[in-house]
Design a protein around this ligand. Structure first.
Ligand SMILES: N[C@@H](CCC(=O)N[C@@H](CS)C(=O)NCC(=O)O)C(=O)O
Length: 309
């Protein structure tokens, strides 16, 4: 089971929510944090490094082998939300976790049609994040395991530019058209659901993530004319619980990932990256054959094979 760094005193019958994610960025974790912050629901952040992630993944403690995960601890003797025998349950998938949090926070609509609309917006949040992360990492199944392998910097720059001009421009325009048609200028028009709904928070998260990756000029260009989208983002940003949350967890400037590289560096990347991918491929395949835990022997064999092949 995942252990949070410090375990707070638990009140009998209460559930403790712990979100586990990588310590270096907000990524797919931020939506659930925004929802819990907006709904003033207490939770614990369990931020880990790659080594600890690999340990959890290799001992099958992550339901889908990836992060984020939500750990729900039930401290009561009585079953709470189906959690009774084992006192801790670990759940995966960012959209499922966000939906659960939104229901708890009262930010998920009650009306079936509004559910359909906001579910769609949040699914599109994940689609767009997937494509955005694809500018930085390649996802590949190696040795039976889904992995994220970093692209060379020169390729990141090229992919980001395509992403901005096509997918992102189109996606933000779609959001803007939806907002223009919405009576309240928001993604959820259910009278029983307070602002911001989980869908408003998802789009806010996407826009702020993208802002952090771009120069001011690039960001202004992509947002130009999207008045409905800009207004929504502005409203979420000044919502007091979100303002408080962002003081502690501001969005990071990740634009250095996309700084164009010199010709010499491009040539070096061209030579080094195939070698790196090949090394990771051999290492992971041998790990799959010999067992995940035997890191040192498999590393030695991989390195040896790499030089002999
Ligand atoms: N569909 C999953 C995707 C999760 C995912 O891709 N997580 C990444 C971090 S953003 C991860 O755990 N990567 C580690 C790896 O695959 O090595 C979700 O939305 O939660």
């Amino acid at each position: 089971m995942i252990q949070a760094p410090e375990v707070q005193a638990l009140t009998p019958g209460m559930q403790t929510l712990t979100i586990t994610y990588f310590s270096d960025n907000k990524g797919r974790n931020e939506l659930v944090r925004l929802i819990l912050a907006a709904g003033k629901i207490p939770y614990k952040d369990h931020l880990i490094g790659f080594k600890e992630y690999a340990k959890l993944r290799d001992s099958n403690e992550l339901p889908y082998g990836q992060l984020p995960v939500l750990t729900i601890t039930n401290n009561g003797d009585a079953p709470t939300g189906g959690i009774s025998r084992e006192q801790k349950h670990v759940y995966g998938q960012s959209c499922a976790i966000a939906r659960f949090a939104a229901k708890k926070a009262g930010l998920y609509p009650k009306d079936d049609f509004e559910m359909l609309v906001t579910d769609g917006v949040v699914d599109s949040w994940r689609d767009t994040l997937d494509i955005f992360y694809e500018t930085v990492f390649a996802r590949a199944v190696v040795g039976g395991r889904l992995m994220m392998l970093p692209h060379p910097q020169s390729l990141k720059v090229k992919k980001l530019s395509l992403f901005l001009s096509y997918e992102l421009e189109e996606q933000f325009s779609r959001y803007d058209r939806m907002l223009a048609k919405s009576p309240g200028g928001t993604f959820c028009n259910d009278d029983d659901t307070p602002f911001p709904s989980w869908a408003d928070l998802a789009v806010f998260d996407l826009v702020e993530t993208i802002r952090g990756a771009l120069t001011e000029f690039q960001f202004d260009k992509v947002m130009r004319g999207k008045t409905g989208l800009l207004a929504l983002v502005g409203r979420v940003a000044v919502f007091p619980p979100i303002q408080e949350h962002l003081k502690v967890h501001p969005y990071k400037d990740i634009s250095s990932f996309f700084v164009p590289v010199s010709f010499l560096k491009r040539v070096m990347e061209f030579v080094l990256f195939p070698v790196l991918y090949c090394g990771v491929g051999i290492y992971t395949r041998i790990q799959a054959i010999f067992g995940r835990g035997n890191t040192h022997p498999t590393l030695a064999i991989s390195v040896a094979l790499f030089f002999f092949l």
